[in-house]
Design a protein around this ligand. Structure first.
Ligand SMILES: Nc1ncnc2c1ncn2[C@@H]1O[C@H](COP(=O)(O)OP(=O)(O)OP(=O)(O)O)[C@@H](O)[C@H]1O
Ligand SMILES: [Zn+2]
Ligand SMILES: [Zn+2]
Length: 894
């Protein structure tokens, strides 16, 4: 655990003023986060008295034989390591001051504290990968020596006549006795001409080791006398020994080049500088200048060439005439301009519906921190509210951050934002290449007003002038990181950030999470009044008062009774045939989960539940021939898989889980003329694949889009009239206390894709549990009654949003070790009080990537202030081979 800065300073403040004065400014030690290839972790250094370091500064520090980049994490009065003080090395220099603004630093510390994660790991998620690795260590010649220094070490080398004498002296010098380094260091230097230098070097050469000689010669041969360390290492064997020697002799110095443009991408830009009169130009040339003028007088050469269908030689002639300037400029590798040929003109500012206007007005009246829950049914135009809330901010010179669940939904959303805000829009997510991420990150640092659209980790975007954060589809569980640590939720971090910086946070969803709902309407459930700091805004209708689509529930038990064993019910078949005939478009949703399934009876719908917990049992099948087991993931109850349904005796017990692939096969077999596009994690792996598949569909190249979860998130395709859900059951019986909430959200969202355009839509949901509370609520579009029931149940069981949970995830390649460790930790935890301990139990899928996984769930009431365990002690119970992740407020219990 990290003691934060504040703890230390408050100790000081508590002392009387005398002590205070004495201790003040005596931070002689500093913890530095080093994060470079081959070196990673927190290390303690001594602060030389002439350097004023603050937490968050970027430093250069010695590490082994290298000088590397690091971030000052905190200042210390006493070194906190078991080393004699004289063995602790000095930091070399400050590379960049105040790298993190104060609030940002506080934010990182808060994340570290709340999620029980060392600060270093939090810093790492906030920075683009390899940022510190990009600061480059360089070696340069020390050109001139101070005469006086040389004299002090008895080296009368200035006078050529004393050369022989010098040799003798040099040989006698033991660098350890006479610190050459100390004498010449910091001597930047007034006297002498370069002759002296040349003389000195050529003369010293014979006394140097071979690598040192070679390095010196390389540096001398170059005008600047300056090479990267890496280059020297490539050129000279034993370079690091050689450099060390040269530093010791004061002939070269090593420095760290601050992080800056890593190989900036340069591109030719054309700039209009002088409009000549018409008779001096050919009509072609006039045309080109006109295009350039229309586009603001500046364009990338490639774009101008394309726009005018002209050639570089034509441009060169214009440049010769002095009309334009062609110069190399850096082109940031940001995902910036939409792909060429994309038509974005259709996106106009819309006149708002009354509900949209009210919502917008409320948001715009906010001053400082406030939280807004924008609860708008599917297709109610939440995005339009975001756009209009952001527009005035940009004019004020502020930026906005828009967080979205997955890349899959960003192409459409970003297009809308780009159409509105042009090149002020940037995309920031982990699927960008390293270069793109790095450049986008730097672009954000400039502080120019911009709109950044990103996924979870973008909540750490370094925007200095933020005025608003929007979390779209705020209920989505991908905002939560399960592992590695910090196991943060972007919504929580966004809220802290908004509080620290004093601006509003808008959470938008058609199916708000129970957490956000409770914080908006209060635990008393007052839908009208809301809560003091949270505003509840509702968009209850679709735009143009379009109706929500009617939802038909198909009872698959009846289908079976009537002899239909296909995965498509009669009504769904009819609807699909209709699509095929009328060439209309539809979406087919398949719920697919890895290896885990629940078990249900195909005759009566009975689901096998755990006798001790309110969850369904999971089917476990480790290898062929092994016994089939059912197990509970909360309490580890297990039993053999029964041959018949315990309720009705039917032998048709079925494991649920049917993948897109299987559905695709069935479609081709039963509807050979129906064209479909698979849209799932298999088919969207390539960069740009989401956009490509969606535009193919939008262009009418298929009647059906089939896929998983991805389809549910914000797709706005007005021509879609049919939505089919192949089997809702997989969603209803996940062994998780959130199963119902997630099922309701997913089904409502996917249903919401139908009938968004002028043609009315319809939804068909197939299930073996037509009477399930979730199915009924979805069918009636009744969020309120669903959440009322669900909240009651959560309260009784003390689950979130009432109680809180911490999940310990253990994993190891050693099956026995991880189980033993889990048991040992659970035993210690159970001796504590103020919280319940559930488990240890093996994870749903015991083995993943050859690691065996166990977990322990801790449940407590937030107001009971439990004596939470000391995590350091718990960590110590883990042998090296077992890793432990503390998942605070876990969402994914698998
Ligand atoms: N005031 C308006 N007038 C006309 N059209 C509008 C208006 N507001 C939004 N729209 C259009 O309505 C459609 C649905 O809006 P949008 O995608 O923002 O809905 P949403 O609330 O985000 O839905 P979901 O939660 O299902 O993603 C979009 O095509 C949008 O351009
Ligand atoms: Zn049965
Ligand atoms: Zn159980």
């Amino acid at each position: 655990m990290y003691i934060q800065d504040t703890t230390l300073s408050s100790k000081v403040v508590a002392q009387n003023s005398e002590d205070y004065k004495i201790d003040r400014g005596k931070n002689e030690w500093v913890e530095v986060l080093v994060d470079c290839p081959g070196a990673m972790g927190i290390f303690t250094y001594r602060l030389p008295s002439h350097l004023q370091v603050k937490a968050g500064d970027i430093l250069s520090v010695p590490f082994g034989t290298q000088i590397v980049g690091g971030i000052a994490v905190r200042l210390l009065f006493m070194p906190n390591i078991d080393l004699p003080k004289e063995k602790i090395r000095n930091i070399e220099d400050i590379v960049s001051v105040g790298f993190f603004p104060k609030f940002y630093w506080q934010l990182l510390n808060r994340v570290a504290a709340y999620y029980y994660t060392p600060l270093i790991q939090v810093i790492r998620v906030s920075l683009p990968p390899g940022l510190l690795g990009r600061s480059q260590r360089r070696i340069r010649l020390i050109r001139k020596q101070k005469k006086v220094d040389l004299e002090q070490v008895n080296l009368e080398i200035i006078n050529p006549e004393t050369i022989n004498q010098k040799r003798v002296n040099l040989e006698r010098i033991n660098p350890k006795q006479v610190s050459w380094e100390q004498k010449t260091e910091n001597s930047h230097l007034d006297s002498s001409n370069s002759n002296e230098q040349e003389l000195l070097l050529s003369d010293i050469l014979p006394f140097l080791s071979l690598p040192a000689q070679k390095i010196l010669q390389l540096l001398q041969a170059q005008t600047a006398g300056d090479y990267s360390f890496v280059y020297l290492q490539r050129q000279v064997r034993g370079a690091s020994r050689g450099v060390k020697e040269l530093i010791r002799r004061g002939l070269v110095e090593s420095y760290l080049e601050p992080p800056r443009l890593a190989r900036p991408k340069l591109q030719k830009a054309v700039i209009l500088i002088n409009d000549l009169s018409e008779n001096e130009l050919t009509s072609r040339q006039q045309e080109i200048l006109a295009v350039l003028r229309r586009r603001g007088g500046e364009l990338w050469q490639t774009e101008l060439l394309q726009a005018c269908h002209t050639s570089t030689s034509t441009l060169k002639k214009l440049a010769q005439k002095g009309c334009i300037l062609i110069e190399e400029r850096e082109r940031l590798r940001t995902e910036h301009s939409p792909q060429t040929g994309e038509d974005l003109t259709g996106e106009q500012v819309k006149s708002l519906t009354p509900a949209q206007s009210t919502a917008l007005a409320t948001i715009q009246e906010l001053n400082g921190y406030a939280k807004v829950l924008l609860h708008g049914v599917t297709g109610s135009g939440k995005t339009e509210v975001y756009l209009q809330a952001i527009a005035p901010l940009l004019v004020e010179g502020k930026s906005a951050l828009v967080l979205v669940p997955e890349i899959g939904l960003t192409p459409q959303l970003t297009d809308r934002f780009r159409a509105r805000f042009g090149n002020k829009v940037f995309v920031y997510h982990s699927a960008l290449s390293e270069g793109e991420r790095y450049d986008t990150w730097r672009q954000m640092l400039t502080g120019e007003p911009s709109v950044v659209i990103g996924t979870r980790s973008a909540v750490f975007a370094p925007l200095p002038n933020l005025g608003l954060i929007i979390l779209d589809e705020e209920h989505d569980s991908s905002f939560k990181q399960d592992s590695p640590a910090p196991t943060y939720h972007a919504r929580v971090v966004a809220q802290w950030r908004a509080e620290l910086e004093g601006f509003p946070l808008v959470l938008g969803s058609a199916t708000p999470s129970l957490e956000s709902l409770i914080s908006a309407i209060g635990e008393q459930g007052d839908w009208k009044q809301g809560n003091n700091k949270t505003h509840y805004l509702s968009l209850p209708k679709r735009v143009y008062s379009r109706p929500l689509p009617p939802i038909k529930i198909v009872d698959m038990r009846l289908e079976l009774q009537q002899g239909n064993r296909s995965i498509f019910s009669k009504p769904l078949k009819a609807a699909l045939l209709n699509l095929q005939e009328k060439r209309q478009q539809g979406i087919l949703f398949i719920h697919r989960r890895g290896h885990s399934t629940f078990v249900s009876c195909r005759s009566c719908g009975y689901v096998l539940d755990c006798p001790n917990c309110d969850v369904s049992l999971s089917y476990h099948h480790t290898e062929p021939g092994a016994q089939k087991l059912l197990r509970c993931h909360y309490c580890n109850y297990g039993c053999a898989h029964p041959p018949n349904c315990p309720e009705c005796g039917s032998p048709y017990l079925k494991f649920f889980g049917s993948g897109t692939q299987k559905v695709a096969q069935e479609l081709s077999r039963q509807f050979p003329e129906l064209r479909f596009i698979r849209f799932d994690s298999d088919t969207t792996r390539r960069k740009g694949a989401h956009r490509q598949l969606l535009s193919k569909f939008a262009n009418g190249e298929a009647e059906l889009l089939i896929g998983t979860q991805m389809l549910t998130k914000g797709l706005d395709l007005p021509q879609v009239t049919l939505v089919g859900v192949v089997a809702a059951d997989g969603l209803l019986h996940l062994s998780d206390y959130r199963a119902s909430e997630r099922a309701f959200q997913t089904l409502t969202q996917v249903a919401g894709r139908a009938g968004r355009g002028e043609d009315p839509g319809q939804v068909i949901i197939q299930t073996y549990n037509p009477d399930h509370q979730v199915i009924e609520a979805v069918q009636n579009h009744d969020y309120q009654s669903f959440t009322n029931t669900e909240l009651e149940q959560r309260q009784v069981l003390n689950y979130p949003p009432y109680g809180r949970l911490i999940l310990l995830r253990l994993s190891s390649p050693e099956e026995i070790q991880v189980q033993k460790t889990a048991q040992a930790i659970a035993a210690v935890l159970k001796s504590g009080s103020g919280f319940d301990v559930l488990g240890p139990a093996p994870a749903n899928v015991l083995r993943v990537a050859n690691r065996f996984r166990w977990q322990i769930l801790i449940k407590f009431a937030p107001d009971a202030l439990p004596q939470l365990p000391n995590w350091e002690e718990i960590r110590q119970l883990c042998p090296q081979i077992v890793s432990l992740t503390i998942d605070v407020d876990p969402l994914n219990m698998m």
